[in-house]
Write a protein that binds this ligand. Structure first.
Ligand code: ZN
Length: 256
């Protein structure tokens, strides 16, 4: 679908602004801090950021990635999350057009960005995102695609498959392989995208996860520990499924 220039402009500005808020979520949710107060501060010197220190991407570039007051380096994560969110907004706009379905898919994409970043840094997928996410996905799917039944099966199948895998692994090896966070996250993906795209997400994330795991194992010569948590791959798989899943499934089914 083609985007009208004004819609494209709205998505770019909104994507950068929302990305800036997602940075706050990524920083504060794992610490159990409030999202609204206090305002942003430099973690090193406590300098309270003014509005012009908080302009997405531009402030980071102008300050050369350092605090205005104490020159402590600011994480590259801030501009990266802002630009990634903006690109996801534009891509979703290009795929779904200026439609009602664009709204829940943008909300979903934001949740995936936050889960990706928090899992990467803390190996944690907070319930405060995944559990309301399951509810929100079901509500949205009741009135928009994929439809309530498809979404409900998505929650059961998505969560169920990972639950079975983690139970089997636990009984076989005696220690926990996958956290409950992954189970709730794939249930949430099923609630928003439906069971077909939830299964596609599972396939995509396992494939990419295995490839990366293999590279890590080869690179470390015997270090069998995974460098990246599974939630990061689930997030990447889910975003791919949201944007291109229907096309991928059509292509796959064309072989039968
Ligand atoms: Zn500072």
């Amino acid at each position: 679908m083609t985007l009208e220039p004004p819609h494209l402009a709205i998505l770019i500005v909104l994507g950068l602004a929302v990305g800036s808020f997602l940075n706050v979520c990524i920083h504060r949710l794992p610490l159990g801090q409030s999202l609204s107060t206090p305002g942003s501060r430099c973690p090193k010197c406590g300098y309270a950021l003014r509005w012009f220190d908080n302009v997405p991407v531009a402030s980071y570039a102008l300050l050369a990635g350092r605090c205005r007051k104490c020159r402590a380096p600011i994480s590259i994560r801030y501009p990266v999350v802002e630009v990634a969110t903006m690109l996801l907004f534009v891509l979703h706009g290009a795929v779904f057009g200026w439609t009602a379905l664009l709204v829940p898919r943008l909300v979903f994409a934001c949740a995936m960005v936050v889960l990706f970043a928090i899992d990467l840094e803390h190996h944690l997928l907070p319930d405060v995102i995944t559990l309301p996410g399951i509810a929100l996905g079901l509500v949205s799917s009741a009135v928009l695609p994929p439809g309530l039944m498809d979404a409900f099966i998505g929650v059961v199948v998505g969560g169920g498959v990972l639950w079975v895998v983690s139970e089997a692994y636990y009984r076989y090896s005696g220690h926990e392989g996958m956290g409950g966070g992954d189970i709730k996250m794939l249930a949430m993906i099923g609630a928003f995208l439906g069971w077909k795209l939830a299964l596609l997400t599972l396939v995509l994330s396992s494939f990419v996860g295995s490839l990366v795991g293999l590279v890590v194992i080869l690179g470390r010569r015997g270090g069998m520990k995974y460098a990246l948590p599974y939630g990061t791959f689930l997030a990447l798989g889910a975003l791919t499924a949201s944007l291109a899943g229907d096309a991928i499934l059509r292509w796959y089914l064309s072989f039968y």
